[in-house]
Ligand binder design. Structure first.
Ligand SMILES: Nc1nc2c(ncn2[C@@H]2O[C@H](COP(=O)(O)OP(=O)(O)OP(=O)(O)O)[C@@H](O)[C@H]2O)c(=O)[nH]1
Ligand SMILES: [Zn+2]
Length: 357
């Protein structure tokens, strides 16, 4: 019946549920689990969950490596909870903030037997909800009525494909660099963040267009943070488009290389403890870069562009464009905003993430 939620709509609900601290139900191969995000775990809910059985704490292999827990499941570990477990213990396993000041109690016992597929989906959902990637997972025979239910395999598939976007509106916005600015707003069908494409002038659809594929950086773009180069890169790109009279700025809401603003601030707090940008992501349980650049290529195609002069120092962006069928006729270097406070950050990106200096 068409009034009932689709899979995408149920995934959107599940993300909200996890962010609220509610469990969601994941189902597959005749099994059901309750999954609850470790972040923001409520003591009463945790007590109710334990009354139903013994949940395990799923964490990514990245987080497991920091904890010295064995990742028997390859990309993740299922950590057995100690008998005297508290919500503080769970939070401390999930969140690396106090790893140094209060070293973990370990050794951790990780499960080797039994399927881990539903746990894996719980972690993907937590990531897509921009929460810490750690979830309590409990097998149950009877599923409570009011909880959001998801088919695990279909959910994993849906989370790994980029969402389809609808162009919601286009509005004229005169900019400092050009009077001829237009903003297109694209909304994903999966209830995720909207993305913005800013078109400068009226670029021809048959010639290579100057494009900046930019990821949101609230601290750099809006606050003028000196920890990164995002703000100056954004403004340098707009200035070049203004000077050439045309261009496309893809402004993707993938804050913190796709981990969300709260997690990026957690990463910054770890950087204050001495870890670099890549190490901080790993300690939190994330990969170096959790972004999916395919969305950028999709939006370009939707606007009728197939050839670009791409403003970036990141070879992964160039490769992705080509893989998505967009011809990159030229990589236009974008060097702006180096300062004494971000030199180490930019050097790490060059050394560990392959950025071209
Ligand atoms: N996780 C994390 N994200 C960061 C950090 N510093 C900046 N960012 C994010 O990194 C992203 C930077 O994006 P971009 O400017 O598109 O990219 P880039 O991959 O450096 O490539 P180019 O600028 O195109 O050369 C933004 O989403 C920022 O919010 C950090 O220390 N940790
Ligand atoms: Zn930034």
């Amino acid at each position: 019946m068409s009034l009932l939620p689709t899979l995408m709509e149920r995934i959107a609900r599940a993300r909200t549920d996890l962010r609220l601290g509610l469990p969601v139900v994941l189902q597959g191969d005749g099994r059901s689990v309750l999954a609850l995000a470790a972040e923001g775990l409520d003591a009463d809910r945790f007590a109710d969950l334990r009354a139903l059985g013994d949940p395990v704490l799923a964490v990514t292999a990245r987080r497991a490596a920091t904890l010295n827990a064995r990742a028997y499941d390859g990309d993740m570990a299922r950590i057995v909870l100690p008998r005297d477990v508290t919500t503080d213990w769970i939070r401390a396993v999930a969140d690396p903030q106090d790893d140094l000041s209060a070293p973990m109690k370990g050794p951790f016992v990780a499960m080797r037997d039994g399927p881990a597929d539903l746990h894996r989906v719980a972690l993907s959902l937590a990531k897509s909800a921009r929460l810490l990637p750690a979830a309590l997972v409990l097998h149950v025979d009877a599923v409570p009525d009011d909880l959001t239910r998801l088919d695990a395999a279909l959910t994993l598939q849906a989370l790994s494909d980029p969402a389809h976007h609808t162009r919601v509106v286009t509005g004229n916005v005169p900019l400092a660099v050009t009077g001829a600015g237009r903003v297109h707003v694209f909304r994903p069908e999966d209830g995720g963040e909207e993305h913005v494409v800013c078109e400068i002038g009226r670029p021809s659809r048959s010639e290579p267009v100057l494009v900046r594929l930019h990821s949101a950086c609230f601290t750099g773009d809006v606050l003028g943070s000196l920890k990164c180069d995002c703000g100056p890169q954004l403004h340098a790109a707009l200035a070049q488009m203004g000077a050439e009279g045309q261009g496309i700025l893809l402004y993707l809401n993938q804050e913190g290389r796709g981990i969300g603003l709260a997690n990026k601030m957690r990463a910054y707090a770890l950087q204050d403890q001495g870890f670099d940008t890549v190490e901080a992501n790993h300690r939190l349980g994330f990969e170096d870069d959790e972004r999916d650049f395919r969305t950028g290529a999709d939006l370009l195609k939707r606007l009728g562009f197939s050839k670009v002069r791409l403003m970036t120092n990141n070879p992964a962006k160039v490769e992705m464009m080509a893989a998505q069928g967009i011809e990159v006729t030229e990589r236009v270097p974008l060097q702006a905003g180096r300062n004494p406070l971000n030199t180490a950050y930019l050097d790490v990106k060059a050394r560990k993430s392959g950025h071209i200096l």
